[in-house]
Design a protein around this ligand. Sequence first.
Ligand code: ZN
Ligand code: ZN
Length: 158
Amino acid sequence: MINGSCLCGSVKFQIKKISKPMEICHCTRCRKQSGASSATTVMVLAEDFNFIQGNGLIKSYSAPILYSSPAYQSHFCKLCGSKVPHINGHDTHIEIPAGLFDSDPVVRPDKHIFVEFLPSWDTITDDLPQYKMAALIKLRHNRDLPSDFKLKSHYDEK
Ligand SMILES: [Zn+2]
Ligand SMILES: [Zn+2]
């Protein structure tokens, strides 16, 4: 079993196994949400995930939609503000913020994603593959972005 918890320890969970890649995301929203240069997360099958306690303490925020639904969502412990996993009943996979692990999740990050959003004050110094949005869409959905596609942000300097 792999254990995890929030900053204050009120939300605790257990995972049987991790079956998806661990990714380091530099997208604007993950940066805002984590307050860091990136957010490292991993997806697990819903059936391999269990809350031990604190499920009722979780609050959610949905960001305005940039491209298409579903909205980017942030789930956090209402006592300490830690980003935490969230179960909604119909998702097949649950996203786990990797910083919450209290035991070794065994998997390691396998790529950087949304690297065009890497902040000016940070540099990637490892040898992991780096994916921009277009390459990631190609990898995940095997399709190209429209030729007139423009990156959007709600935080552009005015
Ligand atoms: Zn907490
Ligand atoms: Zn992201």
